[in-house]
Design a protein around this ligand. Structure first.
Ligand code: FES
Length: 106
């Protein structure tokens, strides 16, 4: 199973092991990682699962669909590498991925 690293805004690192087919949001919630709230349960309607993808991993991800792009408009601190982790389905190819969590989600 792939291991993904989530880094809090204060630099605290968490490595989570996710199941393929599960969203990164769900894996982070299961691991009780601070900074991922997932208020809508993964319905792409809250933007509280926002994360910044480490630049070296951005191109490895599928492009965001319109619903994710639209919802990212409501994410604070939005950047070019912003994604909603409920829309990122864990694949074996994500092993080693690094995501940074925005300070606004604490
Ligand atoms: Fe609500 Fe991702 S959990 S948009």
């Amino acid at each position: 199973m792939p291991t993904i690293t989530l880094i809090e805004h204060n630099g605290t690192q968490h490595s989570i092991v996710g199941e393929v087919g599960q969203s990164i949001m769900q894996a982070a919630m299961n691991a009780m990682i601070p900074g991922i709230q997932g208020d809508c349960g993964g319905a792409c309607s809250c933007a509280t699962c926002h994360a910044f993808v480490e630049e070296s991993w951005v191109a490895a991800l599928p492009a965001a669909e319109d619903t994710e792009t639209d919802m990212l408009e409501f994410a604070s601190e939005r950047r070019d590498n912003s994604r909603l982790t409920c829309q990122l389905v864990i694949q074996d190819s994500m092993d080693g991925m690094v995501l940074h969590l925005p300070e606004s989600q604490y």
